[in-house]
Write a protein of this length. Structure first.
Length: 104
């Protein structure tokens, strides 16, 4: 019975749960202003990504959101790894430029 309980806890990540703590999960973390700012930033990132060429956007999304490596992205898009490096770099430059213009 103890063995089954230990297996169940390991599979479900029972030891990885953290109890609620006011210091870690303060109500200020979810203030209306902070939520609004985050929504605005997400909207601006989406706008910048929509302006990117299709392959650049696809490479960036696959890398940053789907967490794929350059080799896997290159294979999926049918291009070289160096092309993926250039695509990711181009996307990062656009996002950085938008942030510098206070778009983000």
């Amino acid at each position: 019975m103890l063995t089954d309980r230990a297996r169940r806890r390991a599979v479900r990540g029972g030891d990885g749960h953290v109890d609620y703590d006011d210091d870690r999960h303060a109500i200020e973390d979810f203030s209306p202003e902070r939520v609004l700012l985050a929504k605005e930033q997400v909207a601006m990132v989406r706008t910048v990504l929509e302006r990117l060429p299709e392959r650049v956007r696809a490479a960036f999304v696959l890398h940053r959101f789907d967490e794929l490596g350059y080799a896997e992205i290159a294979k999926r898009l049918g291009v070289s790894v160096s092309s993926i490096e250039k695509y990711i770099s181009q996307a990062m430059k656009e996002l950085t430029a938008a942030r510098m213009r206070d778009e983000l």
